[in-house]
Design a protein around this ligand. Structure first.
Ligand SMILES: Nc1nc2c(c(=O)[nH]1)N[C@H]1C(S)=C(S)[C@@H](COP(=O)(O)OP(=O)(O)OC[C@H]3O[C@@H](n4cnc5c(=O)[nH]c(N)nc54)[C@H](O)[C@@H]3O)O[C@H]1N2
Ligand SMILES: Nc1nc2c(c(=O)[nH]1)N[C@H]1C(S)=C(S)[C@@H](COP(=O)(O)OP(=O)(O)OC[C@H]3O[C@@H](n4cnc5c(=O)[nH]c(N)nc54)[C@H](O)[C@@H]3O)O[C@H]1N2
Ligand SMILES: [Mo]
Length: 711
């Protein structure tokens, strides 16, 4: 995206209630009210219609339903002014966006969970698609709607039918599809109707209607809405099986009866499909740990024991792929887009050597790089349907008791429930603790302060999170990342806050707009512990576990007596503990050594003065401390007087905020200049937006004369 902007002058419009790192300096940022995308794109459709920007031929030849769609769009947002009112944007920004879209033939609309995870996600998508269909901007180079799938193999999951409302190979639950798959699989008892989608499935488990569950490759006790309810539901199962890479996570710990060890990414062999329909071989490059087996092998063994051995006689990933390819072509005749029939007879060697290939790969047909530019939609009449969306409205109201809306999502350096990324010391450096972002006005109004703790409460649960006060947050909204769980923090499982309201078609939960309140939560003491072995911290403390080099890290906060911590430490560390205590001042620091290196250390102090986590963490990682370092350790400061680098911004090269600040003070004025001096941002580049932000912050907070002096 950045290259496209720099090299080809692409202009970027970011539509998000929150100003994220995706927003660059000269981009148009549309900080709309949550859930109002349908109004924005309805207003756009009206504008395109009234300003001669429609592709009338495309509409006539390749679509149906335009008249209804435009009539509905007019009633939702019939003008620039009405759009501004409905979305909370300024008329000028709305008009700029509409003109840009109308005047730019090559426009791609990328969307993901801000659109999908909503009680009206399907309508939001339809409103976007309507604008692209109406302008014929679909399936052309640089002109198309583009749903960004999240999971690395989300497309592959759809191809094999990994959804409650699909059979395999893009077939649904229509009678002809059911019959076709039944015959191909010789499966007389095949399911004949859609299953329950995730949220409804767990509601059915809670009602006792589902007795057995097999969870594979997901951590629903963390990631589903009303996650406390999900955890309770799991306890009701007669049979609860989990296939996992990890021995413990919140779902396993909810009482799995059987835990099956699955091979992880890098250990297993198969294929994955990217968003542009490209199937690539994924080859194992790690040796197999312990008893781990591929998920497909585990399923095959279970099927065999249930008496279905003949249907599951696969001996390799290649066997499965050949059957999958054959089903995709079975009675297809061009009716289904997903057809890789030409690959159904690959030998084992050909499968191993398979180069990435874009589907369809039909037998005897030319490859097809693009779909839909000249119609040919997969419907009986080959036409796309305009769908008139419902009037946009969130399904919940804020109230005096829940005056804010909780938005949830991701952060740069963690993946989902952290079962893998949570083990990486490098990734743990950027944002090590679970947090909630609050607008400055809301922070003042509800009495919460940057760096302190707050309780976020909804009708479903409550969490205790560190507060980040930020102008990038919209007034009236909170944002909390989804990554932390019971397994790595205390009371920070954000899924427990989220309302289980879903879209009627997709089943996607409205994860980004739950009514919530926020209130300060005071902790008298802050601290951290580092140890070579995992520690069980006292239950009264709030704790976030952080991956560190050389052992295990814990950031904590507490209200118990400092002396209790000494007592706790001495319960497992007996000899040779160096201590500094000032119980009256609320300070306790202790360290034990194993030869020349730290074995365990504990730092606790009032408010934010426990010692410098970044400095002590580095000392802990060292194999040996010299005399000065050892002497200075309990001061919690760096022995060589080196400035603390601050929280890490560039995870690739471990460059901290303070170091970057010094470089900016010394004259660096762009991310490239910082990169040249410190290497920060020169590898993966994902910290470049943050580098730019730091420069902008420092420029606005530094008086011009001071800047001049620094130059
Ligand atoms: N680092 C990292 N990357 C990931 C993942 C990860 O866990 N970590 N997960 C992957 C997966 S599976 C997925 S699905 C993708 C998700 O990728 P995204 O969808 O980009 O991720 P989210 O953080 O959920 O961000 C959604 C954005 O939508 C905004 N939003 C909230 N409400 C609305 C609304 O009403 N309208 C609009 N227009 N925007 C709104 C939020 O403020 C947020 O910035 O990320 C993938 N990439
Ligand atoms: N509030 C809120 N909730 C959300 C979201 C949000 O934005 N807000 N986003 C939603 C989205 S888009 C997503 S994708 C989900 C993600 O939520 P989950 O899918 O629940 O999260 P992961 O941490 O990816 O869980 C994957 C699990 O599978 C295990 N695993 C990894 N590889 C393998 C394998 O090869 N085999 C097996 N058997 N197990 C494996 C991992 O250890 C991990 O425990 O969260 C959803 N929940
Ligand atoms: Mo996702």
């Amino acid at each position: 995206m950045l290259v496209n902007k720099q090299k080809r002058g692409a202009r970027i419009v970011v539509i998000d209630p929150r100003r994220t790192d995706t927003v660059g300096d000269d981009d148009l940022f549309l900080g709309l009210k949550p859930g109002t995308d349908t109004a924005l794109f309805s207003g756009l459709l009206v504008y395109l219609t009234d300003n001669g920007a429609l592709d009338r031929d495309y509409i006539a030849l390749h679509t149906t339903g335009f008249d209804n769609a435009i009539a509905r769009a007019r009633s939702i947002a019939g003008s620039v002014g009405a759009t501004a009112l409905a979305t909370g944007l300024s008329e000028q920004d709305v008009a700029t966006f509409f003109q840009m879209f109308a005047n730019t033939p090559r426009v791609v609309t990328l969307y993901s969970q801000g659109v999908n995870q909503s009680g009206q996600g399907t309508d939001k998508v339809n409103a976007i698609l309507n604008c692209h269909l109406a302008t014929g901007r679909i399936g052309l180079p640089g002109a198309s709607p583009f749903s960004l799938t999240g999971q690395p193999n989300a497309m592959g999951g759809r191809e094999v039918g990994g959804l409650a409302n699909q059979l395999a190979a893009h077939m649904g639950f229509t009678p002809p599809d059911i019959d076709r798959v039944r015959r191909f699989w010789k499966a007389p008892c095949i399911a004949t109707h859609e299953g329950l989608k995730a949220v409804q499935m767990f509601e059915a488990i809670a009602r006792g209607e589902i007795k057995a569950l097999w969870v594979m490759g997901t951590n629903p006790a963390v990631s589903l809405p009303n996650a406390d309810g999900v955890r309770e539901a799991l306890k009701k199962l007669d049979l609860f099986v989990v296939s996992e890479n990890v021995i413990s996570n919140d779902t396993v710990d909810a009482g799995a009866h059987v835990l099956l060890p699955a091979q992880a990414w890098g250990e297993k062999s198969g294929t994955v499909t990217n968003s542009e329909r490209c199937i690539s071989r994924q080859r194992a490059f790690l040796s197999l740990p312990g008893e781990a087996k591929p998920d497909w092998w585990i399923m095959g063994e279970v099927a065999r024991r249930l008496g279905f051995g003949a249907a599951f006689s696969f001996t390799s990933a290649a066997d499965i792929f050949r059957e999958h390819a054959a089903l995709s072509a079975f009675e297809n005749e061009g009716a289904r887009d997903f057809d890789i029939g030409a690959l159904q007879s690959l030998s084992d060697n050909d499968f191993d050597a398979m180069a990435p290939v874009q589907w369809p790969v039909r037998q005897g047909a030319e490859p097809q790089a693009r779909f839909f530019a000249e119609g040919g939609f997969f419907a009986n009449d080959f036409k796309a349907r305009f769908v008139a969306p419902e009037m946009p409205a969130l399904r919940t109201e804020t109230t005096a008791a829940r005056p804010l809306r909780l938005n949830t999502g991701r952060i740069r350096d963690q993946w989902h429930t952290m079962t893998r990324t949570g083990e990486s010391p490098r990734l743990g450096q950027h944002l090590p603790e679970p947090f909630v972002e609050v607008h400055p006005d809301d922070a003042a109004r509800y009495g919460v302060a940057d760096g302190d703790f707050a309780r976020v409460i909804t009708d479903y649960g409550q969490c205790t999170l560190r507060v980040i006060v930020s102008e990038r947050q919209q007034r009236g909204m909170l944002f909390a990342p989804i990554h932390w769980s019971e397994a790595n923090a205390t009371g920070a499982r954000v899924g427990s806050l989220v309302a289980p309201i879903t879209d009627p078609f997709s089943g996607q939960p409205e994860n980004k707009a739950t009514p919530a309140s926020v209130a300060p939560y005071d902790y008298v003491f802050r601290g951290f512990a580092l140890s070579r072995k995992p520690l069980g911290l006292p239950a009264h403390a709030w704790v976030a576990r952080v991956a560190v080099n050389g052992g295990h890290g814990y950031l904590f906060a507490d209200n118990a007596d400092v002396a209790d911590w000494q007592f706790w430490l001495k319960s497992f560390l007996r000899d040779d503990v160096a201590e500094y205590k000032d119980f009256g001042g609320g300070v306790y620091r202790a360290a034990s050594f194993d030869g020349d290196r730290i074995d365990t250390c504990l730092f606790i102090g009032p408010a934010r003065d426990a010692g410098d986590w970044n400095v002590v963490k580095d000392l802990f990682a060292a194999d040996r401390l010299d005399h000065d370092q050892r002497r200075m350790l309990l001061s919690g400061k760096s022995a060589d007087g080196l400035a603390n680098t601050g929280p890490i911004v560039c995870a690739c090269f471990g460059v901290g905020r303070n170091t970057i600040g010094d470089t900016v003070a010394a004259g660096a004025r762009s991310a490239a200049e910082i990169g040249a001096k410190l290497k920060a941002g020169t590898n993966c580049g994902s910290c470049i937006p943050e580098l730019r932000r730091l420069i902008a912050q420092m420029e606005s907070s530094t008086a011009p004369e001071k800047l001049a002096a620094a130059n």
